[in-house]
Write a protein that binds this ligand. Structure first.
Ligand SMILES: Cc1ncc(C[n+]2csc(CCOP(=O)(O)OP(=O)(O)O)c2C)c(N)n1
Ligand code: SF4
Ligand SMILES: [Mg+2]
Length: 363
């Protein structure tokens, strides 16, 4: 006799977080400072860099998922920097997979748990099955396996923690490294003054458009409640779900350690990382409209990896951001339109301008 597969249904957190208590007029604190659950399956004591965005994301995802979770982690910082011999910070079952096979390994886990519960060999309920892959894995080396798992609709949450580079091997460029983002494989120089010439691959849109039966969403470490709720929605969805999370890499991007969460907001407020949710039932995108719209320079100036940019590069970035605002159904203020003109950024050559002086990559 086949046993029923009982699934968790995780309640959502209050979207307003503690915004009312912080008296935030601009609404920037929406999604901020939620009452976190006590459980902490990603415990303290790991070896990631101070201010590591992926580590913050890991912690919040696991707080949202809770203790009945099983995880896979393809090779990347969140494997190497977390797991030394016989020691990991995970208090739930966690397995390392080769960088290319996060998707296929997780498919196997999902199919295995289903079969074991049906056969009465696992008491259930069906656990929260999550794979957290870096952008090098999810958007590049392991993209095929991820797409296959979504296509076959295995009941699991597939997350790309996006630090916009191959961080673990020394900050090399990945398909999600933004235009002009300096990495060790895209140095700026006389021949290529912008560093990286290509725009980033739109991984989340690929996943939503290519697998329209899946729950797909984007989020950042700037919005903890949003991140935790999308984790829970992805887990509650019966079938495959994909979450693309922007996670700054302090070492590779060269910024002040305490600014990780601030960057997670500014990238959205600068129009460079649209936050949305794709509803597979209605086949619709729902965009988050940030309460503040900023020029891209407010974001770029915080990071050493953009310190070499010339006026024409900044203008190109502002054009891309303005297209994003339009895609989100938002007006583009005149001040942001002006930023499409390189002449608007001539002050970049002045010493008083606030672009960082640190042009190095790496700590
Ligand atoms: C097939 C294969 N190629 C290359 C590597 C070397 N490698 C190990 S970690 C890593 C970086 C992974 O980047 P990403 O997935 O973005 O994770 P991050 O290090 O940024 O956290 C690479 C290239 C590998 N382990 N396997
Ligand atoms: S190199 Fe970047 S992603 Fe890796 S542990 Fe350090 S901050 Fe985190
Ligand atoms: Mg990466």
């Amino acid at each position: 006799m086949a046993h029923e597969v009982v699934r968790h249904n995780l309640p959502l957190f209050d979207e307003e977080g503690r915004a009312a208590a912080t008296d935030d007029q601009a609404g920037r604190d929406r999604h901020f400072l939620p009452d976190f659950p006590e459980e902490d399956p990603y415990a303290a004591g790991h070896r990631t860099c101070a201010g590591c965005g992926p580590a913050i994301q890991y912690r919040w995802v696991l707080k949202a998922a809770g203790n009945d979770s099983v995880l896979a982690g393809p090779t990347g910082c969140m494997y190497v920097a977390n797991s030394t011999y016989l020691c990991t910070p995970y208090t739930v079952p966690w397995a390392h997979t080769p960088i290319a096979s996060g998707g296929s390994f997780t498919s196997g886990m999902a199919a295995g748990y289903e079969a074991m519960i049906r056969k009465g060999r696992h008491p259930g309920p069906y656990p929260n099955i999550i794979v957290m892959a870096g952008d090098g894995s999810a958007a590049d080396i392991g993209l095929g396996a991820m797409s296959g798992a979504l296509y076959r609709n295995h009941d699991a949450l597939f997350i790309c923690y996006d630090n916009e580079c191959y961080a673990n091997t020394g900050i090399q460029t990945s398909p999600t490294t933004p235009y002009a983002g300096m990495t060790t494989f895209t140095p700026f120089g006389k021949a290529i003054p912008e560093g990286k010439k290509l725009a980033a691959k739109n991984l989340a849109k690929m996943m939503a458009e290519g697998h329209p039966h899946c729950y797909v969403a984007t989020t950042t470490v700037g919005y903890p409640t949003d991140l935790m709720n999308k984790t829970r929605k992805g887990l509650n969805h019966v079938g495959a779900a994909f979450l693309h999370c922007y996670t700054p890499c302090q070492k590779g991007w060269v910024y002040q350690t305490s600014m990780t969460v601030e960057l997670g907001r500014r990238v959205v407020e600068a129009g460079l990382f649209p936050v949305w949710e794709y509803d597979p039932q209605q086949r619709e995108y729902h965009f988050f409209h940030p309460p503040v719209q900023r020029p891209v320079t407010d974001y770029l100036a915080m990071q050493g990896r953009f310190g070499h940019m010339l006026p024409e590069h900044v203008a190109a970035m502002q054009r891309a951001a303005n297209r994003n605002w339009q895609d989100m159904g938002m007006d583009v203020p005149a001040s942001l339109r002006e930023g499409e003109d390189p002449a608007h950024h001539e002050r970049l050559s002045e010493e008083t301008y606030s672009m960082p002086l640190n042009r190095g990559v790496g700590a």
